[in-house]
Design a protein around this ligand. Structure first.
Ligand code: C2E
Ligand code: MG
Ligand code: MG
Length: 613
């Protein structure tokens, strides 16, 4: 819009002390459409200008009190009014200093008497200029606002950029960490895949790999070591302490092996060693060293434990192509070591393989028999008479377990009891035997109306069951067994390992019998510390009775010692009349053996009772 047509919006302050001039100017300007405010003196003019700054001031110069220049100077000093264009008005003939008019800030001047057109033209021009100036100012303001806005935006942008930068850095770091974590996780997985989590030793997988690296390149020996009776420790200590025990054992092995020997844990209580470039001699030397290093007690919490181990050795001299076959054969040799008495080592030879397979088959068949409730069909108690040697009269029986295998026929307990012990099956088997013996005692008591005594063999592993005593007591109550109707037979090692429990059993009134006496480790002097009722002289001494003086002397000594301890003596395995006579001469009270009767089934046994054998 042109400013000339926008006159109405303009506000003009007319200052003149001459009333006529004031009126004339006001009239003309009003007529032009300007908003006019008349001010008759300088004081009012200043007040009006400050109160509401006009768009233009027509300012008379000659005024009393304060002339136009002074008013102009005052207005120019005030920021509110300093930009208002001021046109001076002066009468012709008055002293008028045009230079001063511009110096003090005036924009123009008109002279009186007025040429109205000139006044209007000048007013219009300056208002237009003022208008343009205002627009410019506004534009400047907008511009500076924009500049400010842009600066702010710039600053914001910088902040955002900085934030972005830190976020990018942070994310990069996070990503790096993630990558690192993932790499660590992968390494961990790899480590886990080839290490045993409990001991951190290489595991079976890793060990097989090591064997593979040797096969065909270098001779070596592999030893598989199994801790004897560990299952029992584990059951009685609880799995946590059992784990601790395995760690302690692993440490012990690490400490005693040379650097070049590789140690692994195959699982459970089975460890393996690989000896590079080792022959039979080196492998057996190392086995002895391992068994030796277990002789020192193992410290577990406050207690000290003794563990033994059985070791199987397999020598690799280019004779293997499959790593797992090496382990299989070392394992087979290890089982052989266990069967031959534990705490020793065996070298693998090819004949062992068949027996190992047979053993595995027996284990699985026995397990099946027990789990599928086939026990009553396949298992049976036989009874061998115990005879008073003076009258050769049957006074008691020993219960002996028989397994009639559906395909293989009768299997000797000497064969399957060690398997049952090694696999833990002995627990269930043992309870089956005890329960069947109790049942039989009851039956006989009814049928014979006699107080009959039956000896039952207990494995030391049965004694180590945590709840053994409670369950045993419950069984006696359930079958109404009087304590003198039952005796338990344990081997010598039970005296050392389970002395407390033997005391408890004895406190129930049950007599304890030491089986196979003389071949174990018990020291004779310690026997008197335990509640032993009967000692059974091992068959090997009875056999020697006829063979040598020395054998007879040993038997005589055991009989004398047993008497000294006020124990009953039973001689096992009497096969000949001569043996019987010798034992009678030595005043041995009781005996068992094929001479009198082989173990027979319950029916046959019943017929023998109280008979002269
Ligand atoms: P053991 O307790 O020493 O039993 C005596 C073994 O010697 C029996 O072998 C018996 O048949 C045998 N025997 C008896 N008299 C003679 C003889 O005059 N000559 C010869 N050569 N042998 C004779 P069996 O029944 O084969 O049992 C072997 C071992 O198996 C037993 O030795 C015992 O340790 C174990 N056993 C048997 N039944 C059980 C059972 O129910 N529980 C446990 N834990 N072990 C059992
Ligand atoms: Mg026995
Ligand atoms: Mg025996």
């Amino acid at each position: 819009m042109s400013l000339a047509t926008d006159q109405r919006t303009f506000d003009v302050l007319v200052v003149d002390d001459t009333h006529d001039n004031l009126r004339l100017l006001s009239k003309v300007l009003t007529k032009q459409g300007y908003g006019v405010r008349p001010a008759p003196n300088a004081r009012l003019a200043l007040a009006a200008a400050i109160a509401d700054p006009p768009d233009l001031i027509l300012l008379d110069i000659n005024m009393p009190e304060m002339n136009g220049f002074e008013v102009c100077e005052a207005l120019k000093k005030n920021p509110l009014t300093q930009d208002i264009p001021i046109i001076f008005v002066s009468a012709l003939g008055e002293t008028f200093n045009k230079v001063k008019a511009f110096d003090v800030g005036g924009v123009d001047y008109v002279t009186k008497p007025f040429q109205i057109e000139e006044v209007l033209a000048r007013v219009a021009t300056h208002l237009e200029l003022r208008g343009l100036q205002k627009i410019l100012e506004r534009q400047n303001e907008t511009l500076s606002d924009e500049v400010k806005e842009r600066k702010r935006a710039q600053a914001n942008l910088e902040v955002l950029n900085a934030e972005l930068d830190t976020r990018v850095k942070q994310r990069t770091r996070e990503l790096q960490l993630e990558v690192e974590e993932r790499r660590n996780a992968e390494l961990n997985l790899l480590h886990l895949a080839f290490h045993d989590s409990l001991t951190d030793l290489p595991n079976r997988q890793s060990f097989l790999q090591t064997i593979e690296d040797f096969l065909g390149f270098r001779d070596f020996a592999v030893l598989v070591l199994d801790l004897d009776g560990f299952k029992v420790f584990n059951d009685s200590l609880g799995p946590d302490l059992g784990d601790e025990l395995l760690k302690v054992v692993a440490q012990r092995f690490l400490a005693c092996k040379p650097d070049n020997v590789i140690l692994a844990r195959l699982g459970g209580d089975e460890f393996a060693f690989l000896l590079p470039d080792a022959d039979e001699a080196a492998a057996t030397d190392f086995s002895l060293k391992l068994l030796d290093c277990l002789k020192e007690p193992l410290k577990l919490e406050a207690s000290e434990l003794y563990l033994n181990a059985s070791i199987g050795i397999c020598i690799g001299e280019g004779n293997y192509t499959v790593p797992s076959h090496v382990l299989r054969d070392a394992d087979t040799a290890m089982y052989k070591a266990k069967l031959t008495g534990k705490g020793n080592y065996q070298l693998f030879d090819i004949s062992m393989q068949e027996s190992a397979q047979e053993r595995l088959q027996l284990e699985s068949d026995l397990r099946q028999a027990l789990e599928l409730d086939l026990a009553d069909q396949q298992l049976e108690l036989y009874f061998q008479p115990i005879v008073s040697l003076r009258e050769t009269k049957v006074v008691a029986f020993e219960a002996l377990l028989r397994w009639s295998h559906p395909e293989k026929g009768m299997i000797s307990p000497a064969k399957f009891i060690p398997i049952a012990e090694e696999t833990g099956l002995i627990q269930r088997l043992g309870w089956w035997v005890l329960r069947s013996a109790c049942r039989q005692i009851n039956l006989w008591q009814k049928e014979l109306s006699e107080d009959i005594c039956v000896n039952v063999n207990l494995s030391t592993l049965q004694l180590k069951q945590p709840q053994f005593l409670e369950q045993f007591r419950a069984l006696l109550v359930e079958h109404h067994i009087q304590p003198h109707n039952l005796k338990v037979e344990v081997t010598e090692s039970a005296i050392l390992d389970d002395a407390n429990l033997l005391n408890e059993i004895s406190n129930l009134g049950i007599a304890i019998c030491i089986d196979d006496f003389g071949v174990g480790y018990s020291s004779l002097s310690r026997l008197q510390e335990f509640p032993i009722h009967t000692i059974k002289i091992d068959r090997s001494f009875v056999m020697k009775l006829e063979q040598s003086q020395q054998g007879a002397a040993m038997a005589a000594m055991i009989i004398a010692m047993a008497k000294g301890l006020k124990c009953e003596v039973v001689a096992e395995g009497i096969e000949t009349q001569k043996q019987l006579e010798r034992l009678q001469l030595l005043s041995c009270q009781l005996g068992q053996g094929y001479l009198f009767s082989k173990p027979v089934n319950a029916q046959a046994a019943q017929l023998l009772y109280k008979k002269v054998a």
